[in-house]
Design a protein around this ligand. Structure first.
Ligand code: ADP
Length: 347
């Protein structure tokens, strides 16, 4: 018996030692939210001290800063938040439930990853910015040249114009994405939806030039709260995709409707559709199902990434349903907290 107890005690010690040496911060809580045990990394990353902090309420002990805010929010995960000991240390944190009402907080140092991500973002932003001026110059000269002067070169000149416009659009889209990525919050105000939908409907008709039947249904009669320009660009991106990926004769339905959670802006088309295996990756930069079709219709492969970022910044998400050969529906789902009574900005 005694040797079995010794063996169990030794095993327990091994487990504790392993957890103590773990590179992620671990904080074990009792069901009242008090600290039962911490490992060494919890001292390094969270500033907790052992045994000094045994029994303290974690929410009170780590009250300040982004981590404190997250602890109070009750959310299961937090990504890339500043460590309480040093804002240069970036943490991913999450709750792990075990046993009966017991929880472990795990915080991982992701500073290196966050730094790499920052380098990537800066690089893309800088390259795009540097390309803008030379492109504007090239574009300007191309516009000045008159194809009539050298008729033999007219097709070449036209192609050069098309390509320089395309490059310009890619650069502008990359800059938009960089701006969205660098922002934690957008400037927000009440966004009147009725005029926004009317202008999107007009854009759709202009793009389609009578090739599609387009309808608009605004049954939500409610406004959004957010960034008008960014929402407009997200919503019109979806409409432009529907027009570009729906053959002549198809229909496109733009809807703004209430849902149990809030409201939904959706664009449904009867176009080419998208095979299921591509759906999860559509919002990645430059991801295209068919690059030739995208290019032929003037796409940059960045539209849906922009949509996703704009929606993220509004706490909304994009739901995509599609069937090849039948069509697709792209829906932007907003929570009730984002909605404002229509017209109430003048009240
Ligand atoms: P692009 O500029 O290539 O259209 P997006 O990011 O807007 O880039 O879209 C990514 C890809 O998703 C497109 O290349 C296309 O393959 C597919 N896609 C987007 N919208 C639709 C749609 N309404 N119907 C079919 N395919 C679509």
């Amino acid at each position: 018996m005694a040797s079995r107890a010794r063996r169990l005690a030794a095993q327990l010690r091994d487990l504790r030692d392993a957890a103590a040496a773990f590179p992620d911060a671990l904080v074990l809580l009792d069901d009242n939210g008090r600290v039962r045990w911490i490992n060494r990394a919890a001292t390094r990353l969270l500033g907790l001290a052992w045994p000094h902090d045994r029994g303290v309420l974690l929410n009170e002990r780590l009250h300040d800063g982004a981590l404190g805010e997250w602890l109070r929010s009750g959310e299961a995960r937090a990504e890339d938040i500043a460590a309480p000991v040093d804002a240069n240390i970036r943490l991913n944190a999450r709750w792990i439930a075990f046993g009966q009402n017991q929880r472990v907080l795990r915080a991982r140092d992701v500073s290196d990853l966050a730094h790499l991500e920052q380098v990537r973002r800066d690089f893309v932003a800088n390259v795009s910015h540097e390309l803008r001026t030379p492109l504007t110059v090239i574009h300007g000269y191309l516009e000045l040249l008159d194809p009539q002067d050298v008729p033999a070169l007219a097709p070449v000149l036209n192609e050069m114009r098309v390509q320089s416009r395309r490059m310009g659009q890619i650069v502008e889209d990359l800059l938009t994405l960089s701006r969205l990525e660098m922002q934690q919050h957008l400037p927000e105000e009440q966004v009147p939806m009725a005029p926004m939908l009317a202008s999107i409907y007009k854009e759709a008709q202009a793009l389609s030039q009578g090739r599609h039947r387009i309808s608009l249904d605004n049954s939500a009669h409610v406004d959004l709260f957010g960034s008008p320009n960014d929402l407009h660009s997200a919503f019109s991106n979806l409409v432009s995709n529907a027009v570009r990926y729906t053959p002549t004769g198809g229909t496109i339905a733009i809807r703004w409707q209430r849902t149990p959670e809030g409201a939904e802006y959706s664009v449904a088309d009867t176009g080419y559709g998208i095979p299921a295996e591509h759906l999860a990756r559509l919002t990645e930069r430059f991801y295209r199902v068919s690059s030739s079709r995208s290019r032929a219709t003037g796409g940059t492969g960045l539209g849906l990434s922009i949509v996703k970022h704009v929606l993220n910044l509004h706490g909304a998400h994009l739901a995509i349903e599609s069937e090849p050969g039948k069509g697709s529906t792209f829906a932007c789902r907003f929570d009730a907290a984002r909605l404002r009574e229509a017209g109430s900005e003048h009240a």
